[in-house]
Design a protein around this ligand. Structure first.
Ligand code: CP
Ligand code: NVA
Length: 308
């Protein structure tokens, strides 16, 4: 079963195939209105469940549009409205949904919910973000980088800020796609050691550098994300802001990266906190290409999951 649970759990060749297919499918639709069906309809007759236990704009809309472009149908379900949010087990939910739909995408809190869903479902399951990882986002980010700058292999990516779920999937991608990753942020918010170890074991150079200016030197790509994720308590906000203030991505920091460095943020952003508007709307920024590429990357992920 081709579940898409995480970048480090997916074969390198499958990952490369997904990126290449996403690019080809994107090219094939150039100039078409968004609602135009793809020439190819690999999801015709297929039903996809999109389950959200956390808010979402990009993931929700891009999956929904992507399925429709490929000829399939969707149902968007809120975790709290399902019996899942009222005591029904994940295993039973997975077995029931498998009788109705061909594919399940879930955004949840605890990674165990995702893995249990995959264990008991008879259909492929896609990770739409957990507290620990966000693989669909980083597939879109790799696609975005390569569209602008060619192969990401051997490039230097700098993550500035919180070593969170999005950072974790970047570490997985560093190992699988062969780029180097420098993390710069406070020690209290370092990325998970297990994921640093994964990337290093795959041969990626992972560096932890507390000084953001030193960190971004020679960077091909600078990335950040919100300082308070959906799973973080609001009571931790002030502490996190105090820890992270020095890691804001602003024009001064970008001036120390390569002159043609790209800037990424998965969005939603808190402008003037983790990144300034001058950077987000400036010449290095590809944030809206990233958002668009969620659509194309996920279409290729769904095709891979369904062997289409
Ligand atoms: N980047 C991302 O996953 O955005 P949403 O939370 O809006 O889905
Ligand atoms: N780190 C963020 C990503 C949102 C897409 C969060 O988990 O809230």
């Amino acid at each position: 079963m081709n579940h898409f649970l995480d970048i480090h759990k997916t074969d390198q060749s499958a990952l490369r195939g997904i990126i290449d297919q996403a690019r080809a499918m994107k090219d094939a639709r150039k100039g078409c209105p968004r609602g135009t069906p793809d020439a190819d309809q690999p999801l015709a007759g297929h039903m996809v469940a999109l389950i959200f236990e956390k808010p979402s704009t990009r993931t929700r809309v891009s999956f929904d549009v992507g399925v429709r472009q490929m000829g399939g149908q969707t149902m968007v379900l809120s975790g709290t409205d399902m019996q899942l949010g009222h005591g029904e087990t994940i295993a039973d939910t997975a077995r029931v949904l498998s009788r109705y739909v061909d594919l399940i995408m879930i955004r949840t809190f605890d990674e165990a919910v995702l893995t249990e869903m995959a264990e008991y479902a008879d259909v492929p399951v896609i990770n739409g973000l957990t507290d620990r990882t966000h693989p669909c986002q980083i597939m879109a980010d790799v696609l975005t980088f390569e569209e602008h700058r060619g192969p990401i292999k051997g490039k230097k990516v700098v993550w500035s800020g919180d070593g969170n779920n999005v950072c974790s999937s970047f570490l997985h991608a560093a190992g699988q796609f062969g780029f180097d990753l420098t993390f710069t942020g406070p020690a209290q918010l370092d990325p998970e050691a297990e994921f640093v170890g994964f990337a290093r074991n795959k041969g990626s150079r992972v560096t932890i550098e507390r000084d953001p200016v030193n960190a971004v030197e020679g960077a091909d790509l600078v990335v950040t994300d919100t300082w308070v994720s959906m799973h973080d308590s609001q009571s931790s906000k002030e502490r996190r802001h105090n820890l992270l203030r020095g890691y804001q991505v602003n024009e001064e920091l970008m001036s120390h990266a390569k002159p043609d460095a790209l800037f990424m943020h998965c969005l939603p952003a808190h402008r003037e906190d983790e990144a300034t508007s001058a950077v987000m709307d400036g010449p290095h920024s590809v944030i809206f290409d990233e958002a668009e590429n969620r659509l194309h990357a996920q279409k290729a992920i769904m095709r891979w999951c369904l062997d289409k």
